[in-house]
Design a protein around this ligand. Structure first.
Ligand code: GLY
Ligand code: MN
Length: 457
């Protein structure tokens, strides 16, 4: 948690930007996994953390702009609670730590919202992502599913503030990135033929937990790297395989790291593995090199895709001009996803607030296969924190689907491509802060090139 002043300043800025009405921010509640008392690990809502800093369940808050009031709603522990949870700070003590002096019981929240509605005051809220949030919102506002109208004024204000990370936020993100890097280097050191994906995943998770951190998202640890988000750990690592790891740590305050690495299961990469891996590295380095304020991230994406197309052309898998192949969408055969995303209190920062606001500044997204998965396209600004994660994926189902119609036949040589269909996939991912004149990698450096990976194998 930061000092009370940080949260006071953030709330003051939010009031100025939204202008009038009442901002309702819902905290998260405990959720049962299989019965009520056996709960999922608790994770507070990130926007609630950003403005109110508190990471305990059962809290909600109002920022009443017209009356210049901030109120945290919650309930004091009863003796029944204390028997199970021990003594915790009172609601008032928690609120005081984040610069809020007024607290009220949860039951008063609906009363205050009813009064505000009766006076014709606008109630601003963001889009929510959990079913229990939505039920809470419907009950509090007396509306039915489908009648909720998140406030665009609030979304834009929150997105603009959270997109620009402050120095104290960068310190937190960098702590998460350092542990994230340790997770990847541990996998590089311990993964051996004969181990299961599950065993490697457990060692990676242990690094985060031993550092007092959580995971910022479920670990991807797979020899089937062509599947972008493979969350199963069913395979044994065999000689000749590569292992793709996508994993990140999260600090106690909620800030995320997110890196990916791809290693050879043997001590050295084969020539065939290296032929494609080196193209991914070239694409990655070209993207990093292009990062600076003012550059639209979509241009960086185009550049990294062109490098992949050129590499594929050099292998005989593609043909034609990469500068024509990328606008046409042919590169999506190998990279059917984005190049990176904002990162902060959420690993995909504020994804529930809408990529159009977070990554596009209100501009509509492309609907083209591949490009439509680009979560970030807007011109870069100092303070943005983002990931760089180009990948090259050989997806047999996509090769077959496009190949039967010779789709993009002017750019893709399917006879050659079919010789590589079992190559699987490679992704390497790092985290960057956009600075006044360029970009700075966050956290310890993890091996990127095949030589750097082999040095740890
Ligand atoms: N690290 C998971 C993702 O970026 O989608
Ligand atoms: Mn990522």
């Amino acid at each position: 948690m930061f000092s009370a002043d940080t949260y006071k300043q953030r709330r003051a800025e939010l009031k100025k930007r939204v202008g009038s009405g009442l901002v309702l921010l819902l905290g998260n509640d405990l959720v049962g996994m299989n019965y009520a008392d056996n709960e999922y690990p608790f994770r507070q809502d990130s926007t609630f953390i950003y403005y109110f800093g508190l990471t305990n369940p059962g809290l909600n808050a109002i920022i009443d702009i017209d009356n210049d009031r901030e109120i945290i709603f919650g309930d004091e522990l009863t003796i029944d609670d204390i028997v199970w949870t021990g003594v915790l700070p009172t609601l008032h003590e928690q609120a005081h730590d984040v610069g809020v002096e007024k607290t009220l019981p949860t039951a008063d929240l609906k009363k205050m919202l009813d009064e505000a509605k009766a006076k014709g005051h606008k109630i601003h809220y963001i889009p929510y992502y959990r079913a229990e949030h939505r039920v809470k919102l419907f009950n509090l506002l007396g509306i039915k599913p489908g009648q909720d109208e998140p406030s665009v004024d609030l979304i834009r204000a929150v997105v603009d503030m959270r997109n620009h990370k402050t120095a104290e936020e960068i310190v937190e993100i960098e702590k998460a990135c350092d542990v994230t890097a340790d997770m990847h280097m541990q996998a590089m050191r311990i993964a051996r033929p004969g181990m299961t994906e599950y065993e490697v995943m457990a060692e990676v998770q242990k690094v985060a937990q031993a550092a007092g951190m959580a995971l910022s998202f479920p670990i991807i640890c797979t020899t089937q790297g062509q599947t972008l988000h493979q969350h199963k750990y069913l395979h044994t690592l065999n000689p000749g395989d590569m292992l793709l790891l996508d994993a990140g740590a999260e600090t106690a305050g909620g800030y995320a790291g997110d890196m990916s690495s791809t290693i050879c299961v043997d001590k050295k990469f084969t020539k065939r593995q290296k032929d494609v891996y080196d193209i991914q590295v070239a694409s990655h380095l070209a993207a990093v090199d292009a990062l600076k304020p003012g550059v639209p991230f979509e241009d960086v994406y185009n550049l990294s895709c062109e490098v992949i197309c050129q590499g594929m052309k050099d292998l005989g898998i593609m043909k034609g001009d990469p500068k024509e192949a990328v606008p046409a969408g042919a590169h999506a055969m190998f990279m059917p996803c984005g190049l990176g995303h904002m990162m902060g209190l959420d690993v995909h920062d504020m994804e529930n607030l809408g990529e159009v606001w977070v990554g596009y500044n209100g501009r509509p997204k492309s609907t083209q296969f591949g490009r439509k998965s680009l979560r970030l396209a807007r011109p870069l600004e100092p303070g943005f924190v983002l990931t760089i994660e180009p990948g090259i994926y050989f997806i047999p189902e996509l090769i077959d689907l496009w190949g039967k119609d010779n789709k993009f036949g002017e750019f893709i040589n399917y006879n050659e491509l079919n010789k590589w269909r079992d190559w699987t996939g490679v992704r390497n991912e790092e985290d960057y802060l956009i600075t006044a004149d360029g970009a700075r990698r966050l956290g310890k450096k993890i091996p990127l090139t095949t030589e750097e990976v082999e040095a740890l194998r």
